[in-house]
Design a protein around this ligand. Structure first.
Ligand SMILES: NC(=O)c1ccc[n+]([C@@H]2O[C@H](COP(=O)([O-])OP(=O)(O)OC[C@H]3O[C@@H](n4cnc5c(N)ncnc54)[C@H](O)[C@@H]3O)[C@@H](O)[C@H]2O)c1
Length: 323
């Protein structure tokens, strides 16, 4: 492409529906496990307070693409009515190095993260799971309701946020959008105690989900707070669960949910069973017993952004050509 093309979040939303993205993430995580992608650790440059500038490079050589997401994370933005994640995904052709396009990153991040959780839920949760708890009621919470509904027949949703009014607003909005019963809860215990699937999507520093509140057989997607000193899950829960992740290298450098119990001596370095891509390609097993508690620790990978952005770019190009 000889001219610079910028693809807006609105275009991403129109092109990248959740079902398509779930399939794309399934393929991408499988490709990563087969060694067909280059994925390095993100650089997270700390700014004032808890703000971060993240640079996330990766390549998918079979697709001839290389690129990087550049994203700012400002966790307190929800108080200002601004998105907490803002950025772009820059995509090049790997062979020539030519720029393909720049894609708005906030929307890509929102959709691909929830789609990855749906992939993990599909392979790790019980087939008969029909209730969902969402802890945190921001952007990811909204996307996760949509994503989990794609992979399990959910009949009841529970929502908790540190601000009850936010959980109430979320429940009203999402129950109307998806025609499903959502109960706003004033404690996280109330939200999770009957849930078969739990998604933690908060910016918490300290645990919001406790082992003593989680019933046997539950699957958990731990998505928020992806830094070594912050966590959403307590030590007791990590100790008893079967723990999976998106990328081992990321987990051992970035996941407070794993690193804090490790530092406490509550678990050892063998505690992570493996990557969900390894389950997808049949290298390791997932859930073995209906009573097990499984946790998917999602750090978020550049290769997910690259694959999602490239899909959108190709769709835009095809639509332009057929005009
Ligand atoms: N793993 C990944 O791939 C990935 C991708 C995107 C976002 N995230 C993380 O997921 C989290 C949610 O992202 P988002 O885009 O929905 O953000 P958001 O700002 O839209 O929502 C954050 C939510 O967390 C709640 N929250 C904030 N601090 C809290 C605390 N101390 N205790 C309990 N709840 C708290 C807020 O009330 C809000 O409901 C963030 O931590 C973000 O960095 C992870």
């Amino acid at each position: 492409m000889s001219f610079l093309i910028f693809i807006s979040g609105e275009q991403v939303n129109k092109i990248l529906d959740m079902q398509t993205c779930i399939q794309l993430m399934r393929e991408t995580l499988s490709a990563l496990s087969r060694g067909e992608a280059i994925q390095v650790l993100r650089t997270a440059m700390k700014l004032e307070g808890r703000n971060v500038l993240g640079v996330m490079p990766s390549a998918l050589l079979a697709k001839n693409i290389v690129g990087t997401k550049v994203i700012t994370i400002a966790p307190d933005n929800s108080y200002k009515g601004l998105p907490s994640h803002q950025g772009v995904v820059i995509v090049f052709e790997a062979e020539t190095g030519s720029l393909k396009a720049i894609v708005e990153g906030e929307t890509v991040t929102a959709i691909r993260t929830a789609a990855v959780s749906a992939v993990a839920t599909d392979i790790l949760s019980r087939k008969d799971a029909n209730s969902l708890a969402i802890l945190g009621t921001g952007v990811q919470a909204r996307m996760h309701v949509e994503a989990i509904l794609q992979v399990r027949d959910i009949e009841q949703v529970y929502a908790w946020d540190r601000r009850l009014e936010s959980a109430v607003k979320f429940s009203k909005e999402m129950s109307e959008k998806f025609d499903i019963s959502i109960v706003p809860c004033s404690t996280s215990e109330e939200a999770v105690k009957h849930a078969d699937i739990i998604c933690t999507v908060t910016a918490a520093k300290e645990p919001v989900l406790f082992g003593s509140h989680v019933k046997k057989g539950t699957h958990i997607n731990a998505v928020g707070s992806c830094t070594p000193d912050c966590r959403e899950l307590d030590t007791e829960l990590i100790k008893v669960c079967k723990l999976y992740t998106d990328r081992m290298e990321s987990a051992i450098h970035e996941a407070g949910d794993y690193l804090i119990p490790l530092r406490e001596g509550a678990i050892d370095e063998q505690h992570i069973m493996g990557e969900i891509g390894d389950i997808l390609v049949g290298r390791i097993s997932g859930r073995q017993d209906p009573e097990e508690i499984t946790v998917f620790e999602a750090l978020g990978l550049a290769v997910e952004d690259l694959a999602a952005a490239d899909f959108v770019i190709n769709q835009v190009e095809q639509r332009e050509k057929s005009r």
